[in-house]
Design a protein around this ligand. Structure first.
Ligand code: NAP
Length: 283
């Protein structure tokens, strides 16, 4: 455990609820390994207290903080500057103190692309299941990786239209779930951004058994969920010999990118990953 003194610099995470956040585990593990004088603390901030909390952070000279549900959008008007990537996603998950005040960005996109960015995705087709907050980071990531087609599947035609209209991406198209079979048989990357299959609903998958058979054997299945590990969706992929990527790496990499912003130092991703795997009982 780091020794906290009067000189220790504070970082934190805000959310409501916050007690299940894994961020303190991985950030404090990295801080200890880096031997830097920081401490990362969870703060339970209710929506009605957000403005007061930010003023309080100013007063106690907090150096930066992570932002989780339900504050990722509502924090935006309280910041002095927001990066283009966070504006495009429409959500901020990382805030730091700059000369101009509080600055915000979104590191979910860096986290999402980290496990797949070494490949060449030009002329490839991405299929994104769900059209919520995480899907926005995934779409921005797929555009950055150069996918020639990005298909988003959702259950509400109205929300899908809003989603489509909020981007200026020519390769993006939106569909309702009934189009899934046709889309699955062409997709090179299939990303589950819905909570279907998340613990304790571990026996569920966004794909039924017949749909799972439609995935191409050389596709990659990517589930943003990290618990259970693997999810039913990833088990379906593995049974077909399809490469499966779970959400733990995204979680680690978005956190590492944030810690790099706050400390200006190279961050030990492996230490962060291991601390989470041990905490979650994976090793
Ligand atoms: P969100 O904003 O609530 O979006 C969830 C999406 O899933 C919405 O489009 C919703 O559809 C859809 N959905 C929910 N239940 C469904 C169902 N039964 N059938 C079909 N569609 C359904 O949530 P989020 O913040 O994007 O998070 C989504 C998932 O990603 C969660 O499991 C979260 O833990 C995970 N995540 C992981 C990371 C990571 O670092 N690994 C980061 C962010 C999120 P409607 O819009 O129609 O309601």
């Amino acid at each position: 455990m780091n020794r906290i003194t009067g000189k220790t610099k504070l970082l934190g995470v805000i959310g409501d609820p916050i007690e299940h956040s894994l961020s303190p585990i991985m950030h404090n593990a990295a801080i200890e390994h880096m031997q830097i004088d920081f401490a990362y603390v969870p703060f339970h901030i209710r929506p009605e207290d957000l403005k007061t909390a930010i003023a309080g952070f100013e007063a106690i000279d907090l150096k930066g903080f992570s932002v989780t549900i339900p504050h990722k959008q509502s924090i935006m008007p309280l910041l002095s500057e927001i990066t283009d990537v966070a504006k495009a996603i429409g959500a901020v998950n990382t805030v730091w103190k700059s000369d101009r005040g509080w600055s915000g960005t979104n590191t979910d996109i860096v986290g999402f692309i980290a496990p797949i960015k070494a490949r060449n995705w030009k002329s490839s087709i991405a299929l994104v299941l769900g059209n919520g907050g995480a899907a926005r980071a995934v779409v921005a990531g797929c555009e950055q990786l150069g996918f020639s087609e990005i298909h988003v599947v959702g259950r509400s035609a109205e929300k899908l239209q809003e989603f489509a209209q909020s981007w200026a991406i020519d390769s993006l198209s939106v569909h309702t779930w009934d189009k899934l079979p046709e889309l699955l048989s062409h997709a090179d990357l299939i990303v589950n951004t819905t909570p279907i299959g998340m613990s304790p609903q571990s026996d569920q998958s966004p794909l039924n058994e017949a749909q799972a058979q439609l995935m191409k054997t050389n596709a990659i299945a990517y589930d943003l969920i990290y618990l259970p590990n693997p999810t039913k969706f990833l088990q379906q992929a593995q049974q077909k010999g399809i490469e499966a990527i779970d959400g733990l790496e995204m979680l680690v990499q978005q956190g590492a990118a944030a810690l790099e912003i706050w400390t200006g130092r190279t961050v030990p991703n492996d230490v962060m990953r291991r601390s989470l795997r041990v905490h979650l009982g994976f090793e």
